[in-house]
Design a protein. Structure first.
Length: 385
């Protein structure tokens, strides 16, 4: 008798995965919901923008996966929601874990969700082009402070900032471009249009076993570069601190913010060069001194003085006097001195153009990844052949 080789049955986990896998309609519905949230629209708002066809109840059915929009409806959704057409057909693999905001933002739940979706969509494209090019992720060091006594936090955080500088081979000099530095070391950064109450947030974007550190920052700091670039730099490193340091669960949001401030100051100006530049046991301080440090290190006067206070280079009374003078002169609105530097990063676009040149993606795919039209892609891409 001829024996037939039995086909192995799928394991329990695989079967469960197949059973629980979302249907094409459900995946498309979820993508439609995300696009609507990115646009900041309600179901009725989207229906009104489409002149009532389809209705908000029909859109709700689409989002729930109970029905599928046809090609004409998808084209209209794409146009009104300002996403590329293939956006609705992509599989979700990315998830933002534990989003930490720069401060107790005044944004409501709807506002936060919209910003997170806008950042999510960019990070999704960023990771896709790196996968296409075979660029491996760079692990981010983690500093576990969960068992560290509170009284040891200042020393531990100073050391954490110093260790990270050493790991990234930054030396003890000023960092010329924080944005580029972060992306060079695997931290994805997205700047978002300014909204009141939003400075920035950080998270890990998870895709299976892959966890990628991501940071979103308000463009407000870039709109007046002569004044706000130091704030952009500080906010970026503050968000990095949320990603690098693991705090005790008992710590409040306010306590975490204080320690992330401390890390940002220590990372931007390490203790040794700062003490040499600022001096110790200072009683009187000239404004021009602070402006000179700002120009060299790219930190605001407020952050410089807070750094001096943290390191006990000035008395609490002297620091309080500075705060009074700063408030009286509204330096939080228009601070003296400028930092002449650049905080632009162009890593993402060259990666897409590189994949296009190597014929790893089509022109249409490249335009979609960049979020531009094919004619505009033609103005940015000039093959040398």
């Amino acid at each position: 008798m001829t024996m037939k080789t039995a086909t192995p049955s799928p394991g329990t986990d695989e079967m469960r995965s197949r059973i629980n896998a979302p249907t094409p309609a459900a995946r498309m519905g979820d993508r439609l919901r995300r696009a609507r949230l990115m646009a900041g629209m309600s179901l009725r708002g989207l229906a009104n923008a489409l002149d009532g066809e389809p209705s908000h109840t029909q859109i709700a059915k689409f989002e729930a996966g109970d029905a599928c929009p046809d090609s004409k409806q998808l084209a209209r959704f794409s146009r009104v929601l300002r996403v590329r057409p293939d956006y609705f057909f992509q599989k979700d693999g990315l998830k933002l874990e534990t989003v930490e905001y720069r401060s107790q933002t005044k944004l409501g739940v709807k506002g936060r969700k919209r910003l997170e979706e806008l950042a999510y969509e960019f990070f999704e494209r960023y990771l896709e082009i790196e996968r296409i090019l075979g660029i491996p992720p760079e692990p981010l060091p983690c500093v576990d402070l969960t068992q560290t006594p509170v009284e040891e936090f200042p020393v531990a955080i100073e050391q954490a900032a110093k260790n990270l500088r050493e790991a990234w081979k930054l030396g003890m000099n000023p960092i010329p471009n924080v944005h580029v530095m972060l992306e060079t070391h695997g931290v994805k950064v997205k700047t978002l249009a300014h909204e009141d109450g939003f400075d920035g947030f950080s998270a890990f974007a998870a895709d299976g076993d892959l966890r990628v550190p991501v940071i979103a920052l308000s463009k407000r700091w870039l709109e007046k570069p002569e004044m706000d670039l130091p704030r952009f730099r500080f906010t970026a490193i503050h968000e990095l601190a949320h990603l690098v340091m693991k705090f005790p669960e008992s710590h409040s949001h306010k306590e975490k913010e204080i320690w992330c401030h401390r890390f940002a100051g220590a990372f931007l100006i390490p203790r040794e060069p700062f003490e040499e530049r600022f001096g110790v046991n200072r009683v009187k301080i000239a404004l021009n001194e602070l402006i000179a440090i700002k120009r060299e290190w790219g930190m605001s006067l407020a952050a410089i003085m807070k750094r001096a206070s943290n390191l006990n280079l000035v008395t609490s009374g002297r620091y309080k006097t500075y705060c009074i003078v700063a408030k009286k002169n509204r330096w939080h609105v228009n601070e003296p001195g400028t930092w002449i530097g650049d905080e632009k990063s162009s890593r993402f676009e060259p990666l897409v153009l590189r994949a296009l040149a190597q014929e790893l993606v089509t022109p249409s795919k490249a335009a979609g990844l960049l979020g531009i039209s094919l004619p505009e892609l033609g103005t940015r891409y000039t093959p040398l052949d």
